[in-house]
Design a protein around this ligand. Structure first.
Ligand SMILES: [Zn+2]
Ligand SMILES: [Zn+2]
Length: 269
């Protein structure tokens, strides 16, 4: 039985139009016992999405429809599968108050969410680090090297874990090595063990869990899980709960990479 804690939906403006029914029925077919829909949350109102298509997050006006549609499906399918209603919430440095305000408004309807970092600052604006090799290149130029971008990513991730985002703050940390998405194009010199150890320590201290994300396996320049097996093994030994996440943006990606990750799966539901 597969538990998948990270799945996107047709409410995602950059995903596919695959219907929720397609996701759910494929999940049942693949012997899922539980699926958490974690759509990209609306970005803070005063934040400008740096992606040219401006489609990184759901529109705020869609939130009520998102929640009520999933509540209905959760009921319809309750005999076959557990459906969690959640979000993948962006941590953006400096926007803590707006993120908290949003979570205070919607958090009571959510049962399983993820906290992720996709946006990093430059001296002039923000960049979506995983959008394209070009966007990553922009960060390298702004921060003076590949390693500096990774260091900034890990610092921001640590800050997200420590941030006060209120009582509805998600407690699972999304794809903790996302800065390695283009690692075959932009190799690193350092291993960042100090940074990743500090992140694991902080997760452990707060009883948070880790998204064990298979999306990197499907990315041509990454070909690794987020985080890679060396970090998963450490987290596993430390007793940090690890939750498989397909990060599917189309229904056919459900279950992808599970065979490589199932050895670390923790029972957290
Ligand atoms: Zn997405
Ligand atoms: Zn993500």
């Amino acid at each position: 039985m597969i538990i998948d804690g990270h799945v996107h939906t047709p409410f995602c403006p950059h995903g596919t139009r695959d219907t929720l029914k397609q996701y759910i029925e494929n999940a049942i077919l693949q012997t899922y016992s539980s699926i958490s829909f974690t759509e990209h949350a609306p970005l803070p109102p005063s934040f400008t999405d740096p992606v040219p298509t401006k489609d990184s997050g759901m529109k705020l006006q869609m939130m009520d429809d998102y929640i009520s549609t999933l509540q209905q499906l959760k009921k319809n399918y309750e005999k076959d599968i557990t459906i969690h209603i959640g979000l993948e919430v962006d941590y953006i440095e400096g926007y803590d108050e707006e993120i908290k305000k949003f979570l205070n408004a919607y958090g009571a309807s959510l049962t399983d969410s993820i906290l992720s970092v996709h946006f990093l600052p430059t001296p002039s604006d923000f960049v979506c680090l995983d959008f394209s090799p070009d966007s990553f290149r922009k960060l390298i130029d702004a921060h003076g090297g590949v390693d500096a971008v990774h260091r900034l990513y890990y610092q921001t991730l640590l800050r997200s874990i420590e941030a006060d985002l209120g009582r509805y703050k998600p407690t699972r940390i999304g794809h903790m090595s996302l800065s390695h998405k283009f690692q075959n194009l932009f190799p690193t010199e350092e291993s960042f063990t100090e940074e990743t150890d500090a992140i694991l320590e902080s997760i452990k201290k707060r009883n948070y869990s880790l998204d064990m994300n298979s999306a990197g396996l499907r990315k041509p320049y990454c070909q690794s899980t987020y985080p890679p097996p060396s970090i998963l093994e450490k987290a596993f030994r430390q007793g940090i709960p690890l939750v498989y996440g397909s990060d599917a943006h189309k229904s056919e990606d459900l279950g992808a990479g599970y065979s490589q990750l199932k050895q670390y799966v923790s029972n957290v539901y």
